[in-house]
Design a protein around this ligand. Structure first.
Ligand SMILES: [Zn+2]
Ligand SMILES: [Zn+2]
Length: 423
């Protein structure tokens, strides 16, 4: 019987969010099971209508891991991910249950399914090939994106496939870039978040960021730094210390738990000493004890990064009319989120109320994603017959595909629900 190799996009098709892709190489392998957090509602990937031989979670960000436990309400499958991805995902899954309860929403899964997901997970180290059958193997490589993030390489009788997850080619303050030993494959499924542009020089960006935080303090304001709990908030604290910014730094929200987990894996960090020191010197704020943070000019590093929930909402409500204070956005802002609205229109919606924000607002693009040039670099390493572009806004993907064509690569960008034949 000849096997038809196919890939179906169940999410993150011409959009950023709810990553989930079903690869059929004879064995059926699901890459990621994420959600898309919008302002009003959460979007889920399309249903999986087949028995799975394996599920691979590339990294802990909710747009890749958020709905994995839900799969265990129906059936059990083996899951592969790194140990830190499991640790971080558990923090995020339990947090989403807490949020659902707070908002009076019925969650997609219960603690029971989280337990099942954990029970069925093989925690794989990087570069350890495991076999799903005689002919099919999978292997994880460091993706350089966040703690535990990985790229997946599947090798089967007919095709070899690399699924990039989210990745970063160059090293950042916390992590070394991706592991270039990933090697060649027939098909590359790649994220395209920044497929239309290149990032500014990171060292310059860090310096400028630290200077503007200091200016805000000197003016008597508060530097509000909403940041992704996983990865970004720890990195920003490290940057503020490195640049010796003169003010008290307060660290609030879920990033604290993530920070503890991060320090448990010094072997995966570029400079565990400097991060450890920085995290020990900041003030860890606990809920209900936030008032002193506002007593004098201060720096507040807290979640959520796109101003959708989290302690930042509390600070924003107190400070949104203070012209001396400034909001530093520090990562990609998904369409429709408060972060994007703040950036484009100067407004945010909190609890049904629209606030006209009078703080200064500035975007610092501390991206943990590959820039256009880095995306091309990966394509050159993998050197595939076909590049499948996912995890990018429609307009961005169009630009990226043009660049791929100029570089001599065939590419395709599936629509939601579309199945591509890879033979
Ligand atoms: Zn990510
Ligand atoms: Zn992502």
């Amino acid at each position: 019987m000849s096997i038809m190799v196919k890939l179906k996009a169940l999410g993150a098709a011409r959009e950023v969010g709810r990553s989930s892709f079903l690869l059929d190489v004879g064995e059926k392998i699901l890459f990621d099971r994420g959600i898309k957090l919008g302002h009003d509602e959460t979007e889920y990937p399309m249903l999986v209508k087949t028995n799975l031989d394996a599920i691979v979670i590339s990294h802990a960000h909710l747009d890749h891991s958020g709905n994995l436990p839900e799969l265990f309400t129906k059936s059990n499958s083996f899951v592969y991910m790194t140990m830190p991805t499991l640790d971080l995902s558990k923090i995020l899954w339990f947090d989403s249950l807490k949020i659902a309860k707070f908002e009076g929403i019925t969650p997609e899964f219960s603690p029971l399914e989280i337990k099942k997901a954990e029970k069925y997970t093989f925690a794989l180290p990087y570069r350890k090939k495991v076999f799903l059958s005689e002919n099919t193997s999978l292997e994880l490589f460091d993706a350089g994106h966040i703690l535990g993030s990985s790229m997946v390489k599947v090798e089967s009788e007919k095709k070899s496939v690399v699924y990039s997850g989210d990745y970063k080619m160059q090293s950042t303050r916390l992590f070394n870039g991706l592991d270039k030993r990933i090697g060649k494959a027939d098909v590359l499924i790649t994220e395209s978040t920044y497929g239309d542009r290149n990032h500014s020089d990171r060292k310059e960006l860090e310096k400028e960021f630290a200077e503007e935080v200091q200016e805000t303090i000197n003016r008597g304001g508060h530097a509000m730094i909403p940041a992704f709990a996983v990865g970004r908030s720890q990195e920003l604290i490290d940057i503020l210390f490195e640049h010796k910014v003169d003010a008290e730094i307060f660290f609030d929200g879920m990033g604290q738990k993530v920070a503890r987990t991060t320090l448990e894996y010094p072997e995966l960090l570029k400079n565990p000493k400097s991060l450890g020191k920085a995290l020990h010197l900041v003030n860890w704020v606990s809920k209900g004890k936030r008032k002193p943070v506002l007593d004098k000019p201060s720096i507040i590093v807290t979640s959520a990064g796109m101003l959708e929930g989290g302690p930042i909402m509390w600070y924003l409500k107190k400070l949104y009319q203070d012209k001396n204070s400034k909001i530093f956005l520090t990562g990609y802002q998904v369409e429709g989120t408060n972060g994007r609205k703040l950036l484009e229109k100067g407004i945010v919606d909190i609890d049904g109320e629209r606030l006209k924000v009078e703080n200064q607002v500035k975007m610092f693009d501390f991206s943990a994603h590959a820039s256009q040039d880095e995306l091309i670099d990966l394509a050159k390493i993998v050197n595939p017959e076909l590049v499948v572009c996912v995890h990018g806004d429609e307009k961005v993907i169009n630009v990226f595909q043009k660049r791929l064509k100029n570089e001599g690569f065939n590419s395709v960008a599936p629509k939601l629900g579309q199945e591509i034949k890879l033979d």
